[in-house]
Design a protein around this ligand. Structure first.
Ligand code: PHE
Length: 335
């Protein structure tokens, strides 16, 4: 009997070693340990027919054999699983790089503009995106008949409240709270009821600038904006101040820079003109000072407003503003 058990052990060991996959291994398990026909199970079941004095010894040996086979099968199974994984996973391949988040190109542009003006002594402030008619229009010297006040052009929430169409109301809010000297910039979102196309989107960004003090002149405005343009686009960029009109500045100007793509010779980006308009500006209108209780005889100021969306488009040669807001990672990943 003992010899039979030894043979059975050798046979099981050999068959387990030779099993090539889980199915074959399971066959071996059934052959030896199967509940109905298993060869070891069979011996265990027939222990009762042995002479009583042989039972403990043989019983112990058979149980040991059973445990031995169970252990061998378990180890072999692990080995087979490992081999299978190695078969279809190439562990020598480099790992997948985790996606790194980054700042939106417009955020990057706003930050760049902010840091240039902070270097000039300006402070960053913000105002509400939901404004009243008073701050968005009235206090900025835009009377009732002004076309921008039309429902066709602005998003009204009710008779009084609307989504601000410009960051200029922040000028008023700051001047109401503080007295000169003032040097602030105010970046933020603005809203207009424009039909969406490559250069218009109902939500866009502006950065407002305001400096108020005694003896502020148009030269200060020119000097500050020239410094800004040279920092932002390079020292060889030229500026051009064109006479313009805004209800809250007098005199007013629109500022162009020499095209950053063609350097002024004319190309697709500047539509052959050699110049790109980047902002509106002017000296604060005395009527605005009166609304906030500043004495226009005592104080002067300059203000400007620029569109970082457009500046970002020019800087990177992007020809469609919609790309900024569709949030397609293939676009955003490039910045
Ligand atoms: N708020 C003006 C606009 O949206 C820009 C501007 C700001 C002009 C400040 C002059 C001074 O067009």
């Amino acid at each position: 009997m003992k010899e039979d058990l030894g043979k059975l052990k050798d046979e099981a060991e050999k068959k387990i070693r030779q099993a090539k996959d889980e199915k074959e291994l399971d066959g071996v398990r059934i052959e030896f340990l199967g509940r109905k026909q298993g060869r070891v199970t069979h011996i265990l079941r027939n222990l009762k027919d042995l002479p009583p004095e042989d039972k403990p010894l043989i019983g112990g040996l058979v149980n040991k054999l059973k445990q031995f086979i169970q252990k061998e099968i378990k180890e072999k199974k692990k080995e087979i699983e490992k081999k299978e994984i190695e078969g279809y996973i190439d562990i020598t391949l480099p790992g997948k790089k985790p996606l790194l988040g980054r700042l939106h190109p417009i955020t990057q542009t706003i930050r760049e503009i902010k840091s240039i003006f902070i270097g000039l002594g300006f402070r960053v402030v913000s105002g509400p995106e939901i404004e009243t008619e008073y701050y968005n229009f009235e206090a900025l010297n835009m009377p009732r008949y002004h076309p921008a006040r039309d429902e066709q052009d602005s998003f009204y929430l009710d008779d009084n409240y609307l989504l601000r169409t410009q960051t200029s109301p922040v000028q008023i809010r700051v001047m109401q709270k503080e007295s000169p000297p003032i040097r602030i910039i105010a970046p933020g979102r603005c809203y207009r009821r424009d039909a969406v196309d490559a250069s218009h989107f109902p939500m866009f960004h502006q950065i407002e600038g305001l400096a108020v003090d005694k003896k502020i002149t148009f030269s200060d405005l020119k000097g500050s904006l020239t410094y800004f343009v040279h920092q932002m686009f390079g020292r060889d960029t030229k500026l051009r101040f064109r006479p313009s009109f805004f209800p809250f500045t007098e005199p007013s100007a629109e500022v162009d820079i020499s095209c950053i793509m063609c350097k002024g010779s004319g190309c697709r980006v500047c539509s052959g003109k050699g110049w790109l308009e980047i902002l509106g500006a002017g000296m604060v209108d005395p009527e605005v000072f009166k609304k906030v209780g500043y004495d226009p005889e005592k104080y002067q100021g300059f203000a400007f407003g620029m569109g970082p969306d457009r500046i970002c488009m020019l800087k990177y040669g992007i020809d469609d503003i919609r790309l900024f807001f569709q949030n397609d990672l293939r676009f955003l990943e490039q910045f």
